[in-house]
Design a protein around this ligand. Structure first.
Ligand code: ZN
Length: 576
């Protein structure tokens, strides 16, 4: 047993005191801090926040030799008394995967906090917390009989987000399993505001959770007790999945918009479904997890794309949304996909494999050089679902089969396992799915949408196409995105250039730009790059597609309407 003691009693200094107590096993033991946290595929070097490390045994300081930036060799006496390892962690970064403490709350992502002790990865860890007066901790771990909480091993411990503060929790159950919801609002009273503004929230969350269980074909959640932590900030959107919990971040301003509440329920569905898809039904490359190195996972499209696709359908299937809103959400995704030129550069499998260095480190050129495995993964998920329906099956059936064959037993899956499962339900997928994963051509979306009486309608922009997106900080116009091979790039514009004038007209406001563009005639563009003025010649193209909308076809047949109804409600096809 490793004892982990965290001292949060001085939150305004943002310094977390950490003390580990362990029994020595070998004369030399390695201590190492994870470099990343599962679910967020970026090397974060959490050791940046660690300071003051020391190890003590029988009143003596033990020699620590640094092996890498985040690991040490500790020399001790195996016959001696218990070892205490002490250090501090700076908790100043507010996100679902980092640590943050202030006078209002503490949020701890334990991968950024707890050193793994060599030989103890699979040993139980006991967690104890010291908190300011009036604070309570919300920890998704079973209680330890002698106080604190008990994690079966290091993996379960670092899969545990800790939220603490004077917050109140909401208790509910899903199929008899206890669930908790706690909101930290970033401002006093924000949790009360949320429940006053949306009194149905907890009831709706419960329905979404039940619908996730139905989707997976199970009677009850995979977890024995589940915690939702919501960070309700002014703005922000995202979440991080864990086995028995999730941490969500959501913007108050977004919540006030008409689609805001629906999107929150989709986020709940997304993270809750990860309890199965990616946490327990897990890619082989993450079984077990290497906390020091990036692992190349070619099937992240399945973990995130399938989840992103079904998270939109789940609130409708739970009776909490309507078909019109769903078609609008699906249409928005399809539009974003069709307007991402990077899909013709990076395949879906490459996008998954390159997550660590591309999606998580996207820059101003990303849209032209890469495609998100969330976005294309969701488009492929839609095509998979509709292809499966042509053969009398559906996507939920494949998810359930994979849960029975792999997830339930903790067997990591490979891409071949996925291909086998999909093609067992629709033989054509044995050829189609590899093409969608490796190829750069789009799946035949129009034909699949036709199966459910839908089509994508293009909306044209009114202004000529310059292939340039601008931002307008403080009255100056700056190139934010330059389309690859577009008119602006051909003219010589780069991201970061300041756009000063077009055809002799000084430009100061964003609204002036589209009005000034002319297609078919050369225009003189004055820019500033590194304070040097340059005159370029811009040849705009005619207006291009601005967005796509998902609309009903004319003359939808009874069969198309019936398939659409089943598809939207995640219902199986009737037996032939
Ligand atoms: Zn996800």
């Amino acid at each position: 047993m490793v004892e982990v003691h965290l001292d949060c009693r001085d939150p305004q200094r943002h310094l977390l005191g950490v003390r580990l107590t362990l029994t020595p096993r070998f004369p030399q033991q390695r201590l190492q801090l994870p470099a990343w946290t599962p679910g967020s595929y970026l090397i974060r070097d959490y050791v940046r926040q660690l300071e003051g490390l020391e190890a003590l045994q029988d009143g003596q300081r033990l020699p620590l030799r640094r092996l890498t930036p985040s690991s040490w060799q500790m020399h001790s006496n195996p016959q001696g008394g218990p070892i205490t390892v002490r250090y501090r962690v700076m908790a100043t970064e507010l996100s679902v995967r980092t640590c943050h403490m202030d006078h209002q709350h503490a949020f701890l992502a334990l991968a950024a906090v707890v050193l793994e002790v060599e030989g103890e990865r699979w040993s139980p860890h006991r967690l104890q917390l010291q908190l300011p007066q009036g604070w309570k901790a919300f920890v998704p771990l079973p209680a330890h009989p002698e106080g604190g909480w008990r994690a079966a091993d290091f993996d379960q411990l670092v899969d545990t987000p800790v939220e603490a503060g004077p917050h109140r929790e909401q208790l509910f159950s899903v199929a008899g399993i206890p669930h908790r919801w706690v909101t930290w609002g970033g401002a006093p009273g924000a949790d009360a505001w949320l429940l006053e503004r949306f009194p149905q929230l907890i009831r709706d969350v419960e329905q979404v959770c039940l619908q996730c269980c139905r989707l997976m074909g199970v009677e009850r959640p995979a977890s024995d007790g589940y915690l939702f932590v919501l960070h309700l900030l002014d703005e922000g959107y995202g979440g991080l999945e864990h086995n028995d919990s999730t941490v969500l971040v959501y913007g108050r301003q977004r919540l006030e918009q008409p689609q805001g509440y629906r999107r929150l329920l989709q986020l709940v569905a997304h993270e809750y479904l990860h309890q199965w898809n990616v946490r327990r039904l897990r890619p082989a490359q993450l079984s077990p997890i290497d906390y020091q190195q990036p692992s190349v996972v070619p099937t992240l499209w399945f973990a995130e794309g399938i989840t992103s696709y079904v998270d939109q359908l789940l609130p409708l299937a739970a009776g909490l949304s309507d078909a019109e809103a769903l078609l609008q959400d699906l249409g928005d995704d399809l539009s974003r996909y069709r307007l991402t030129p990077g899909r013709q550069v990076q395949s879906l499998r490459s996008s998954s494999e390159e997550a660590w260095v591309k999606l998580y480190r996207a820059d101003a050129y990303a849209a032209d050089s890469q495609v998100s495995y969330y976005l294309k993964g969701a488009v492929v998920a839609l095509c998979l679902d509709l292809q499966l329906r042509r053969d009398g099956a559906c996507l939920p059936q494949v998810l359930q089969a994979l849960w029975r064959s792999h997830g339930r037993w903790g067997r990591g899956y490979s891409e071949t396992d996925l291909l086998t499962a999909f093609s067992a339900h629709s033989p054509a997928l044995a050829d189609l799915l590899p093409l969608w994963l490796e190829g750069l051509d789009d799946p035949d979306l129009d034909s699949y949408l036709c199966d459910v009486g839908l089509r994508l309608e293009a909306e044209m922009a009114t202004a000529a196409f310059a292939g340039l997106t601008l931002t307008g900080p403080e009255g100056s116009l700056v190139a934010q995105r330059v389309w690859r091979c577009g008119p602006a790039e051909t003219a010589g514009v780069m991201v970061g250039d300041e756009i000063l004038a077009l055809d002799g007209q000084r430009l100061r406001q964003l609204a002036q730009w589209p009005q000034a563009l002319r297609s078919g005639v050369p225009q003189e563009l004055l820019i500033s790059r590194r304070s040097q003025l340059q005159t370029l010649v811009l040849h705009c193209e005619p207006p291009a597609v601005e967005r796509y909308r998902l609309v009903s076809m004319d003359g939808v047949t009874a069969q198309q309407a019936a398939t659409r109804e089943r598809w939207l409600h995640l219902a199986p096809e009737p037996l032939c």
